[in-house]
Design a protein around this ligand. Structure first.
Ligand code: NAD
Length: 320
C-alpha cells in the first residue's frame, strides 16, 4: 500500500475510547511510538486503575529491551481524560474499544463523529462486527474503519484494516501509515467479511481441534501440542502458504500435486463442529485439570512474558 507523508506520521495525538483490556494495550502501542495519548473511559475507576496496569506492562517491556524510551517517559505521554469531547480534541485518530455490541458501537460512533476533528480517522477494535453495521448513518462515515488488533497489540503486531463500503481509500492509506509507523503489522481487506481474516483462520483451526477431540482421537493437551510443538513453531516466522512453498522441492504447485488430494479428502464441510455444550464442556474440564480458573490471570501474565521474549528474539533476527 502506498504511504504518504501525512500529518498522521508526525505523531499527532491519539484518543483511546474504552480503557479495558484492549484500550490500555493500544495506549501502550501509541505512546511507545511517541504519540500523545488521551485515554478515555466512561468508568472513572477503570481509568484510574489503567495507570498502574500500564506502568507495570511498560516495566516488563523495558526488561525485554522492547522500549526505545524509559518506561516513565512513555507513561508520561498518556493522559486520562474523563470528558469525551476533551479527549477527542485535535486528535489524528480515535481507537474505539467499548464492548462488542452493535448498539454500543452505534452510540459511541455517533458521539465520536460529532466531537472529533473532521479529518480524524475513527477506528474500531471490533473483533467481529463489520463497520457498515454501526457507521451507516454517520455524516463522517467515510472516515470510519475497523482496525482489529490481536491481543495484546503491543506484543502481537497484526492489525486487520477492514473498510465499510463507504470508507474512503485515502483513509485506508492514512490508517495503514499510522499503524505501520506505530510498529504494527497492518493487513488490508478489500471488503467486509464476518470475522475478518484472523478470526476466520482461528475458527477453522478450532473447528478441527474440537472435532478431533469430540471424536476421541486425542486429549485436548495433545491436540494443543500439535500446534505449540509443531505447526506454530514455523507459523511464528512464516504463514501456511510460505510453509507449504518450502515443503515440496518445486513450491506450492508441487505441494498441491503431491498432497492436494489428501488435503481435499481430509476436509469435508459436513464435518463442521457444532460447538455443542457437552463437547465444549469436555475440553473445558480437561483444561481445568491442568489449570484452575483462578490461575488464568497468572498464566496470561506468563504468556505475555514468553511473547516478550519471542518479540525480543524476532527483533534480533528479522524474518524478511
Ligand atoms: N479482548 C480481546 O482479546 C480482544 C481482541 C481484539 C479486539 N477486541 C475488541 O476490543 C473491544 C474492547 O474489548 P475489551 O476486551 O477491551 O473489553 P473490556 O470489557 O475489557 O473494556 C471495555 C471498556 O469500555 C468501556 N466503555 C463501555 N462503553 C463506553 C462508552 N460509551 N464510553 C467510554 N467507555 C466505555 C467500559 O467501561 C470498559 O472499561 C471489543 O470490541 C472487542 O471485541 C477484544
Amino acid at each position: 500500500m502506498r504511504s504518504t507523508a501525512s500529518s498522521a506520521s508526525k505523531r499527532g495525538p491519539i484518543a483511546i475510547v474504552g480503557a479495558g483490556l484492549i484500550g490500555r494495550a493500544w495506549a501502550i502501542v501509541f505512546a511507545r511510538a511517541g504519540h500523545p495519548v488521551r485515554l478515555h473511559d466512561m468508568d472513572l475507576q477503570t481509568m484510574q486503575n489503567s495507570h498502574a496496569y500500564i506502568e507495570a506492562r511498560l516495566n516488563e517491556l523495558a526488561e525485554f529491551d522492547l522500549l526505545n524510551d524509559a518506561p516513565l517517559t512513555v507513561l508520561s505521554r498518556i493522559t486520562c481524560v474523563p470528558d469525551l469531547a476533551e479527549a477527542l480534541r485535535d486528535v489524528v485518530l480515535v481507537q474505539e474499544n467499548v464492548r462488542e455490541t452493535v448498539e454500543a458501537k452505534i452510540d459511541i460512533f455517533s458521539r465520536m463523529d460529532a466531537l472529533a476533528p473532521k479529518d480524524a480517522i475513527l477506528a474500531s477494535s471490533t473483533s467481529w462486527l463489520p463497520a457498515s453495521k454501526f457507521t451507516k448513518d454517520l455524516l463522517g462515515r467515510g472516515r470510519c474503519v475497523v482496525a482489529h488488533p490481536t491481543n495484546p497489540p503491543y506484543l502481537v503486531p497484526l492489525v486487520e484494516l477492514c473498510p465499510a463500503p463507504w470508507t474512503e481509500s485515502e483513509v485506508m492509506i492514512r490508517a495503514h501509515e499510522i499503524y505501520t509507523a506505530a510498529g504494527q503489522s497492518p493487513v488490508v481487506l478489500s471488503r467486509e467479511i464476518h470475522g475478518f481474516l484472523l478470526n476466520r483462520v482461528q475458527a477453522a483451526v478450532l473447528n478441527e481441534c474440537f472435532k478431533l477431540h469430540e471424536e476421541g482421537f486425542a486429549s485436548s493437551e495433545d491436540i494443543d501440542r500439535v500446534l505449540k510443538d509443531g505447526l506454530a513453531l514455523r507459523w511464528s516466522f512464516m504463514g501456511p502458504f510460505e510453509t507449504i512453498d518450502l515443503n515440496a522441492p518445486a513450491g506450492v504447485s508441487d505441494y498441491a500435486k503431491r498432497y492436494g488430494q489428501q488435503n481435499r479428502e481430509t476436509i469435508h464441510s459436513e464435518n463442521a463442529f457444532d460447538w455443542s455444550e457437552s463437547a465444549v464442556a469436555r475440553v473445558h474440564d480437561e483444561r481445568r485439570q491442568k489449570l484452575e480458573l483462578e490461575g488464568i490471570a497468572l498464566r496470561s501474565a506468563w504468556r505475555d512474558r514468553r511473547l516478550m521474549a519471542l518479540a525480543a528474539h524476532k527483533r534480533q533476527a528479522p524474518n524478511s
